[in-house]
Design a protein around this ligand. Structure first.
Ligand SMILES: *Cc1c(COP(=O)(O)O)cnc(C)c1O
Length: 398
């Protein structure tokens, strides 16, 4: 019988440094949305990201909304968004009264497909939000060209990719503006928190105005526009200053974990991995594998259930936005790559304090679960007319 505690899929890494800074902020009395840790975090984060400025926010979703609002996205505007992402990317567009236009992702990198973006541009298109899905930066060189050609704003949703870079340039400097999330399961965390980096002064100033209810920075209680309260607290910023100081060490540990999963599991027949484009350094957010062969449904969920029984928590990939009731697909656009990845993808436990013993055990359990699944299915293996193999589901009930 397995007596150890469930291994979670994510867990924040909090050291004595976080404790020291938070206690310092607490004792100073600056617990709200003013204080020295906010300024310090914004300066250090902008510098780490190679950006002109960093505007901290209450979370990653408000970061997305803030940049779209600052750019003037409004009613009737269309914003191109990958179909496979977390719902916040699309919701931010809806908050502005705009319409997210979903496009499919690339089969290898799982990030937005550049040709699909081009094809989706219409007279109402105002912006593109690329998402660095599971830590791999989108193709910003291609996207910058498209956006320049069509005079569109390019936003990078880098909620999952802090620490990634392309040809040595850090994520945070690759688009007109880049948003980050510091939710509890992200690479850096303050529980809840977010940030937008940009080198465009106009956008930086507009975001600072809107983040603070639209209050004129020169005149108290004088509100020139309808703004929001999207401010980060000094307490949260204290946590983030500590996280940023520890980030090289944290990224190294997470990279080791992701690489171990990929080398140990990547050569299993039914497993495939995210392809890393040349010049790209991925961010080690959550290790992500496709555990079933292309087109095979159900197998991922059965593998996940076996792992859960063995005391290992996993996460299925996101559900494509056009398949959700909130964003039910209109028209005849199809998203075959997003749909397929969503059926086959799984995230494995990835956090700094995961021990080498636990890592080895998870690798064994994933191997065993996939092998058991292939054994189970092999009796039902049939050849389809196209010649590809398909698994017949015998336990439709789960
Ligand atoms: C986590 C995440 C967000 C939202 O961040 P919150 O801080 O939870 O609001 C946005 N986009 C992506 C891709 C994410 O993974």
């Amino acid at each position: 019988m397995n007596t150890r505690a469930l291994i979670p899929v994510a867990k924040p890494s909090l050291s004595g440094l976080e404790e020291r800074y938070v206690v310092d902020a607490l004792r100073s009395g600056w617990i709200s949305s003013q204080g020295p840790y906010i300024d310090r975090f914004e300066a250090e984060f902008a510098s780490r990201c190679g950006a002109g400025t960093a505007v901290s926010t209450s979370n990653g979703t408000t970061a997305l909304h803030l940049i779209l609002a600052a750019a003037g996205i409004g009613r009737g505007d269309e914003v191109i968004v990958p179909a496979l992402t977390y719902v916040a990317t699309a919701n931010a567009v809806s908050y502005c009264g705009g319409r997210p236009v979903f496009v499919d992702v690339d089969v290898d990198t799982w990030c937005v497909d550049e040709a699909q973006v081009r094809a989706a541009i219409g007279p109402r298109t105002k912006a593109v939000i690329a998402v660095d899905l599971y830590g791999h930066p989108a193709d910003y060189t291609a996207l910058r060209n498209i956006c320049q050609e069509h005079d569109l704003l390019l936003v990078a949703d880098a909620a999952e990719s802090f620490g990634a870079s392309v040809e040595g340039s850090p994520v945070g400097s690759l688009a007109d503006a880049t948003t980050f999330s510091f939710f509890g399961n992200k690479i850096l965390t303050s529980g809840e928190g977010g940030c937008v980096t940009t080198s465009r002064q106009d956008l930086g100033a507009k975001m600072r105005l809107l983040r603070n209810q639209g209050m004129d920075p020169e005149r108290r209680y004088y509100f020139s526009v309808v703004g929001y309260n999207y401010r980060l607290t000094n307490l949260a910023a204290a946590l983030l200053c500590a996280q940023l100081e520890r980030s090289v060490e944290m990224l190294d540990r997470r990279r080791y974990i992701v690489e171990t999963y990929e080398t140990e599991l990547g050569n299993i027949g039914s497993v495939s991995l995210q392809r890393v484009v040349g010049g790209v350094r991925r961010a080690p957010w959550l290790a992500s594998l496709l555990v079933a062969p292309p087109g095979v449904r159900g197998m991922r969920d059965r593998v996940a259930r076996r792992l859960q029984q063995l005391g290992i928590e996993t996460r299925p990939f996101f559900i494509p936005m056009p398949s959700l009731p909130a964003y039910r697909a209109e028209g005849d656009r199809e998203y075959p790559v997003s749909e397929d990845l969503s059926q086959r993808g799984i995230n494995l436990p990835t956090y700094c304090e995961l021990s080498d013993d636990d890592l080895a055990e998870i690798v064994d359990c994933v191997r065993g679960s996939i092998a058991a699944e292939i054994d189970r299915a092999s009796s039902g293996l049939v050849a389809t007319r196209s010649g590809s193999a398909e698994f017949m589901s015998t336990d439709v009930g789960n």
